[in-house]
Design a protein around this ligand. Structure first.
Ligand SMILES: NC(=O)C1=CN([C@@H]2O[C@H](COP(=O)(O)OP(=O)(O)OC[C@H]3O[C@@H](n4cnc5c(N)ncnc54)[C@H](OP(=O)(O)O)[C@@H]3O)[C@@H](O)[C@H]2O)C=CC1
Ligand SMILES: O=C(CO)COP(=O)(O)O
Length: 339
């Protein structure tokens, strides 16, 4: 008889809402989990009180989750290292850990952004900053609003890696009665879906902040998916990824939920708040604010049209009045539907 597999050891870098929630997911799936956080009070609270009152008020964490302020101690001995810091900070957090990562560890990016300046996807940033083979990197993305998962509401996700072994290891590490991972070899497609849906959620939020209803929301979501698909196909992604959990699934969750930071920030902008005030009022990481620029840059370099993304960049960063956003999109030349 084959002996049962030994419990996996996991590290999570980032003690915010998703890092802490994913640590709970891993622990519920049977892993021994250490979270790295830079805030000593949060680390203390996670380890000794099994709570993270700043990011997940009212949620009790499994006893199997502990935390440290030492990132090297967190990754020591880990089989799986999950990364959940803001995308624009990932390189700074990971590069100093290149010589601390265990040789056999795989790294899973939980982040949904595209790096400014380099226009790299997070799996590229992870492999480059840790100097590891991309086959040791996975990305996890899907309709995964942290708070619902922390309350153990059922959901599914996609674990993508160019290596089936890596994807299966990460899927095994996080699968539980309420969290169902599907594997997918399409890293590019899964990752783009996660990053660009944040930009589309900003656009939906802006329209709702202006008082527009469900027709507008459905239009922005549907044409947003077309934009994501166009960019993904230009980068070699698999067309089947886009209607799946990482694509349509995450768009629906993020564009519909008041828990989404991107959606919420968009609503503030739609109601007339300045970007700086909206960032403060939203709290937490709204990746689309920065990634809209890198996504648009990537699209422009490939000659891919992304009118919604472009409109969001213009409203957030180039002073376009919100009232002119809809006109800008609707005045585009008429064309046949489709990608
Ligand atoms: N929340 C969600 O529902 C989901 C989020 N994601 C993705 O996960 C990633 C992390 O998001 P999330 O956890 O929600 O973000 P939060 O804003 O909740 O937490 C961010 C975490 O990163 C830390 N951090 C912030 N700035 C730095 C820095 N300069 N250096 C190191 N650490 C830093 C914060 O530390 P401190 O507390 O000390 O400020 C905090 O621990 C994002 O890419 C997001 O898109 C993906 C799926 C779901
Ligand atoms: O990615 C998410 C849900 O899948 C979380 O969305 P926000 O980052 O907008 O909160």
């Amino acid at each position: 008889m084959t002996p049962p597999a030994a419990p996996l050891r996991a590290a999570v870098l980032g003690s915010g809402s998703w890092g802490t929630t994913f640590a709970a997911v891993l622990a519920d799936a049977g892993c021994a989990v250490t979270v790295w956080g830079r805030d000593a009070a949060t680390v203390e609270e996670i380890t000794h009180e099994h709570r993270n009152s700043r990011y997940l008020p009212g949620v009790e964490l499994p006893a199997g989750v502990s935390a440290t302020t030492d990132p090297r101690a967190a990754v020591a001995g880990a089989d799986v290292v999950a990364v959940a810091v803001p995308s624009q900070r990932a390189r700074d957090v990971l590069a100093p850990l290149a010589d601390a990562l265990p040789d056999a560890a795989v790294v899973v990016s939980l982040m949904k952004g595209v790096e400014l300046d380099t226009d790299q996807r997070m799996s590229q940033v992870v492999a480059q900053s840790l100097t590891i083979d991309p086959a040791r990197v996975a990305v996890l993305s899907g309709p995964n609003l942290a708070r619902e998962i922390a309350l153990r509401q059922p959901t599914a996700t996609v674990v993508a890696s160019t290596s089936a072994d890596t994807a299966q290891l990460v899927a095994r590490a996080c699968a539980s009665s309420y969290f169902r991972p599907y594997t997918n070899p399409d890293v590019v497609g899964v990752e783009l879906c996660g990053a660009v849906k944040n930009v589309i959620a900003l656009a939906v939020g802006i329209s709702q902040g202006r008082g527009m209803g469900y027709n507008t929301m459905a239009t922005v979501i549907t044409r947003g998916l077309v934009e994501i698909t166009r960019l993904g196909l230009a980068l070699g992604a698999d067309a089947e990824t886009f209607p799946g959990l990482a694509g349509m699934g995450d768009l629906m969750a993020t564009c519909a939920s008041p828990d989404s930071r991107n959606h919420t920030l968009g609503v503030h902008i739609g109601r007339g708040m300045s970007l700086d005030d909206a960032v403060v009022a939203t709290g937490g990481t709204a990746e689309g604010v920065k990634s809209c620029r890198s996504v648009l840059e990537l699209a422009t370099s490939l000659g891919v049209e992304m009118p919604i993304t472009s409109a969001v960049v213009q409203v957030l960063h180039q002073g376009l009045p919100v009232d002119e956003l809809a006109g800008l999109l609707l005045a585009r030349p008429h064309r046949a539907e489709g990608v």
